[in-house]
Design a protein around this ligand. Structure first.
Ligand SMILES: [Zn+2]
Length: 368
């Protein structure tokens, strides 16, 4: 499943208007006859010769065609993911159990608060839900999401997030169970080190002081936040958007903090990628996992669900020592606060998940 998940999140993050982003998309759209056909169906109608010229770098697509390529890529990729998701979730008629955590509604006005409790339900037929998502049909998605015994899916506001958390609920045997709908990353979302928007030094992003501790890590993504810089005194606030009776939380992933979109302070170049972490505990945990992998041959128990989610480059045996060294650099960076100590990798790169649906399939947690 880890490999399938890797495939799932292997979205090409480089924009289509850069040569390598373009090539990656063209290869994706031309790798099989089926892919070519799907690309044509999705609006990329050009001759084989033109495709070859593009692939060979002899000719560059016009801006209009770049748009078509991007559109076809998104569509074909969604269809491919949808096929996989449907099969995965239907499980030959047995369905998949969904577990829904109540959201913290303390920021919702009194009359709009709902009493929520932990619910589980089994969904046997996912076809319409997934098909609606693949077609980008929000309305249909809303209707089919109101599954019997549930109705809470509307609260989640994002069925795809729910699908992903469903996958989290069913790790392979032996892998630690992980019931946090925000994913394991949310465990480290309490305190984030970011680049200060004013002085470029180290600032902190933390839950607004005075609010109660969360019952679930995922609640951290819905709690009001504060950005504060000890160096220059900059301060900023964030609150979740209220939609209907629910709250729209922040989305984790990418090398920016999900609330203020500031580049993370803990970033470094590593094995041709960007290695990043939210805070010191996150670095420690990653070191422990990557280090544990080294001891695996000695008989120690191998992975847990968090590890299963790391991108291949962090797990590959060739990169292990480099990754561990990179994590040491992050650990050192965490101790520094001055603008001059800022890592040369700690800059905006726009890899933050974007709003709604497809965002959950953007690059893996550590892909740059
Ligand atoms: Zn500052």
């Amino acid at each position: 499943m880890a490999r399938q998940l890797d495939g799932l999140v292997g979205y090409i993050a480089t924009p289509v208007n850069l040569p390598c982003g373009l090539m990656a998309r063209l290869r994706y759209l031309t790798r099989t006859p089926h892919a070519r056909q799907a690309a044509r169906a999705a609006g990329l109608v050009v001759t084989e010769r033109t495709l070859r010229l593009w692939l060979g770098g002899v000719r560059s697509p016009s801006r209009k065609n770049l748009e078509r390529i991007e559109q076809a890529y998104t569509t074909v990729r969604r269809e491919n993911i949808a096929r996989y998701l449907t099969a995965r979730l239907n499980r030959e008629g047995r369905g998949t159990r969904v577990e829904i955590h109540p959201l913290n509604q303390s920021q919702v006005d009194g009359p709009r608060q709902h009493v929520l409790e932990l619910r589980t339900l089994n969904v046997r037929r996912w076809d319409r839900i997934v098909a609606a998502w693949a077609a980008g049909d929000g309305g249909e998605l809303g209707r089919v999401s109101k599954v019997p015994g549930g109705g809470l899916w509307g609260m989640l506001d994002n069925p795809v997030a729910a699908m992903m958390s469903v996958m989290d609920l069913e790790p392979q045997t032996d892998l630690a169970r992980h019931y946090d709908s925000g994913g394991w990353l949310a465990r480290f979302a309490g305190r984030m080190l970011v680049v200060c928007p004013r002085c470029g030094g180290r600032a902190l992003v933390i839950p607004r002081p005075g609010i109660p501790d969360p019952r679930y890590f995922s609640e951290l993504l819905f709690q009001p936040r504060r950005l504060a810089c000890g160096g220059c005194g900059a301060i900023d606030g964030w609150k979740p958007e209220v939609q209907g009776a629910g709250l729209v939380g922040a989305v984790l992933g990418g090398s920016e903090d999900p609330f203020f979109q500031r580049p993370l302070w803990l970033q470094t170049r590593c094995a041709g990628h960007i290695l990043w972490a939210y805070n010191e505990e996150h670095v420690d945990e990653l070191s422990a996992y990557v280090g544990a992998r080294l001891r695996e041959r000695g008989g120690a128990r191998p992975t847990m669900s968090m590890f299963a989610r790391l991108p291949a480059w962090m797990k590959g045996s060739d990169n292990r020592s480099e990754v561990l060294a990179g994590l040491e650099i992050l650990r050192e960076l965490a101790k520094r606060t001055a603008p001059a100590d800022r890592s040369d990798a700690a800059h905006e790169r726009g890899d933050r998940p974007r709003a709604h649906r497809s965002m959950y399939f953007r690059g893996g947690p550590y892909e740059s």
